[in-house]
Write a protein that binds this ligand. Structure first.
Ligand SMILES: [Zn+2]
Length: 246
C-alpha cells in the first residue's frame, strides 16, 4: 500500500464574488459577476428547530433525573451528540451547495469573521440559540473550499448590519427586517449586511481586484443556493423570483 498525501491546491483567481451574511436560519447575500449583482440565499430553518427541541429535551431530562445526576449527565451528553450530528449533516449539505455554486462560477466566497461574536441578548435566555451551528458551517465551508482551491475571504463584520453602503451612514439600531437609510436606500437587512462585508473585502484588496457597484443590484431576483427540500433532490438548481411559489 502506498499512502498519498495530497496538498491543497492554490486558490484560483476569482471571476466573481459571493458575499454571505450568516444568520440563525440562513446565509443571505449577494452574487456579483461583472455588472450583475443578485441576491442569494441558503436556508436551513430546521437547524434552529433542532437546537430548540434538543434544548427542551435536555431540560426535561435534567428535571426528571434530578435524583440521579450521573444518569442525567450521560443522557444529556447523548442528546448533545445526536443534536450535533444532525446539525452537522445539514451544514455539510449547505456548504456543498454554496461551494458547488462558487466553483462553477469561479467565485471567491466572502464571510464575516465570527470570532468574538456572541448571540444577541434576549430576555428569554432559554430561547437563546448558540453560535455553534454558524461557526461549524464556516469551519466546513473553509475546510472544503481549501481542498477545492476556492478562495474564502473573512472580514471584520463590525457595523455591517448598521451601515448604509451608499452614503456610509451608521445607524444607531439594527431593528427591523429591512434596512432603511435617510438617503433613500433600503434593502433586506441581511442582504444589506452582506453588501457591507463585500465592500470591506474590496477596500482591503481581498476581492481579487473585482469591484461592485450597488447600482447594479437587481432587486427583483433571488437565487436559492440551498433549501432543505433540496436534500431530497440531489442537485441544487437555478433561480427563483422573490415571492415566487417555492
Ligand atoms: Zn444612506
Amino acid at each position: 500500500m502506498v499512502a498519498f498525501r495530497k496538498d491543497a491546491p492554490k486558490p484560483y483567481t476569482p471571476d466573481s464574488l459571493i458575499s454571505l451574511d450568516t444568520n440563525e436560519r440562513s446565509l443571505d447575500g449577494l452574487f456579483v459577476e461583472g455588472d450583475v449583482a443578485k441576491a442569494v440565499k441558503a436556508e436551513f430553518p430546521d437547524v434552529a428547530i433542532i437546537q430548540q427541541r434538543h434544548h427542551d429535551r435536555r431540560k426535561r431530562l435534567q428535571k426528571k433525573k434530578a435524583h440521579d445526576r450521573r444518569t442525567s449527565r450521560n443522557l444529556c451528553r447523548r442528546e448533545g451528540t445526536r443534536e450535533h450530528r444532525r446539525i452537522d449533516h445539514r451544514m455539510h449539505q449547505v456548504a456543498n451547495s454554496v461551494l458547488k455554486f462558487a466553483e462553477e462560477r469561479k467565485s471567491a466566497v466572502i464571510l464575516e469573521d465570527l470570532k468574538g461574536i456572541r448571540p444577541r441578548k434576549s430576555k428569554e435566555l432559554n430561547r437563546r440559540l448558540s453560535m455553534w451551528p454558524r461557526r461549524r458551517l464556516h469551519q466546513i465551508i473553509e475546510y472544503k473550499a481549501q481542498w477545492r482551491g476556492i478562495p474564502v475571504v473573512k472580514v471584520d463584520p463590525r457595523n455591517s448590519s448598521r451601515t448604509c453602503p451608499i452614503c456610509g451612514r451608521i445607524q444607531d439600531s439594527r431593528m427591523g427586517a429591512e434596512f432603511k437609510c435617510e438617503c433613500g436606500w433600503h434593502l433586506d437587512r441581511h442582504i444589506n449586511a452582506s453588501i457591507n462585508l463585500l465592500q470591506t473585502a474590496i477596500l482591503k484588496g481581498m476581492a481579487g481586484g473585482l469591484r461592485f457597484n450597488p447600482g447594479a443590484f437587481q432587486h427583483d431576483v433571488m437565487m436559492i443556493l440551498y433549501e432543505p427540500a433540496m436534500a431530497a433532490r440531489s442537485e441544487p438548481n437555478g433561480t427563483s423570483g422573490i415571492g415566487g411559489v417555492t
